[in-house]
Design a protein around this ligand. Structure first.
Ligand SMILES: Cc1cc2nc3c(=O)[nH]c(=O)nc-3n(C[C@H](O)[C@H](O)[C@H](O)COP(=O)(O)OP(=O)(O)OC[C@H]3O[C@@H](n4cnc5c(N)ncnc54)[C@H](O)[C@@H]3O)c2cc1C
Length: 398
């Protein structure tokens, strides 16, 4: 490990891997550190991603694709099922990955591009000089060290400790931190071609429960509920256990994880002098689905590009790095996060009766496309009693 690099990336998830790869390909000296002993484990993810989205960053490889999905189904509290076939749902239907291999492959590509990679190496605090980030203090396999860099890219995931220690406000309101639990289950009866999403306050308050197949009789079965609805006897795991006991009583659990997903708005600013924040640490998860792999790849790559430009220009100040912040905010991804945040804020106010009404009217409509606009138009037409709130939602989105 050298004591000075052009760019130091903290975290070996999708965001950090793409940042490191992009910056190394541009000719920079890059160091990526990961606190865990192995990239990709344990997996804290349901592993679903849209096909087109994924292809923008990496060529799909059967080695790390567990399942190719044909449709997504949304199941309302009363059992009404909305089926989104691939031709209508497009990006909402996709692959279920094997992230143990996928994450490893991305970091491999960063290493191949020239980045140094160190596992079991944790950033403990930023090195600060005159208010600017100049690197990180780390502990690498038990040994303390200092790594200096012109730019540090914080890709340390939902905890976002590095940015907080550098002075950025990263707090997620409790109600906007999805508390998640997931089992990898086998020997269960599922539709292996469908990702299923169960809605309802009795099943998953202010969230949803998912079944993401990973093969014929195997799936990630998980749940996310709002942090404010989590309490003794009603934690994410309790809801999940009840669902599993009812639906898969003979299933076998071969992995269990818990984790948090931030469904708040992104950080107010994702750069500071010498610092860029990407992926979950920047809070760029889709607020409706909680999906964050694609946005982590997008922000990681963009950060790698902007950091490279700034290093070439000899200016790594906050002002220069702002090209990254404005870049993602003005992108399709930035617009979609803002739009989906507003939709999410509307949907968490709905009780089960309203969810059923909306699901019934979508299920009985023959929509030509499954765009947000088309759905809201149809809902307004079919639900005169909810016209005022649906119009308010439409106005908020226009
Ligand atoms: C239960 C659950 C289900 C999910 N399902 C989906 C899904 O189906 N589809 C989807 O798109 N998204 C899903 N997500 C979200 C998705 O997992 C994340 O959005 C994505 O992994 C973000 O990538 P990242 O690189 O920003 O962060 P991460 O993948 O979290 O990577 C951050 C890395 O930084 C490392 N790190 C942390 N601190 C330090 C430190 N101090 N020093 C060194 N390394 C450090 C961590 O060990 C970790 O490896 C899910 C999340 C959860 C919790």
């Amino acid at each position: 490990m050298k004591s000075k690099y052009d760019i130091l990336v903290i975290g070996g998830g999708p965001a950090g891997a793409l940042a490191a790869k992009t910056a190394a390909e541009a000719g920079n000296s890059v160091c990526l550190i990961e606190k865990r002993p192995a990239i990709g484990t344990p997996v804290r993810c349901a592993e679903g991603i849209g096909k087109d989205l994924l292809k923008e960053y990496v060529k799909p490889d059967p080695c790390w694709i567990s399942a190719d999905i044909e449709r997504a189904r949304i199941i309302a509290p009363n059992g009404t099922t909305i089926s989104l076939e691939q031709d209508k749902a497009g990006n909402e239907v996709g692959y279920v990955l094997d992230r143990k291999i996928f994450d490893r492959e991305l970091v491999w590509q960063a290493a191949e591009a020239g980045a140094d990679v160190f596992v079991k190496t944790r950033a403990t605090a930023p090195i600060m000089e005159n208010g600017a980030v100049r690197g990180a203090n780390v502990i690498s396999i038990g040994t303390p060290a200092e790594i200096r860099a012109d730019v540090v890219i914080a890709a340390d995931g939902v905890e976002a400790r590095f940015a907080r220690r550098a002075g950025l406000e990263t707090t997620v309101p409790l109600r906007e931190m999805m508390s998640c639990a997931q089992y990898l289950m086998t020997d269960i009866d599922i539709d292996a071609g469908s990702t299923d999403f169960y809605l309802g306050n009795a099943i998953a308050p202010e969230g949803y429960l998912w079944i993401f197949p990973k093969g014929e009789r195997t799936a990630n079965v998980g749940i996310g509920i709002s942090g404010r609805r989590s309490r003794d006897g009603s934690r994410a795991k309790d809801y999940l256990d009840r669902f599993v006991a009812k639906n898969f009583p003979d299933g076998k659990m071969i992995e269990a994880i818990v984790g948090g997903v931030p469904v708040c708005r992104p950080l107010e600013c994702t750069v500071a002098d010498g610092l860029m924040v990407v992926g979950d640490a920047a809070r760029v998860v889709d607020p409706i689905t909680g999906g964050g792999i694609g946005n982590a790849l997008f922000t990681g790559r963009l950060a790698g590009q902007v950091a490279s430009d700034c290093i070439a220009a000899g200016d790594c100040s906050k002002e220069a790095l702002m090209a990254y912040d404005t870049g993602w905010r003005n992108s399709k991804m930035g617009a979609s996060i803002e739009r989906n945040y507003r939709i999410k804020e509307y949907f968490v106010t709905l009780d089960d009766a309203k969810l059923n009404t909306l699901a019934d009217s979508i299920a009985s409509a023959s929509l030509k496309e499954f765009s947000v606009r088309a759905i809201i138009k149809e809902l307004i037409k079919r639900n005169p009693k909810m016209i005022l709130e649906l119009k308010a939602l439409r106005d908020a989105l226009s």
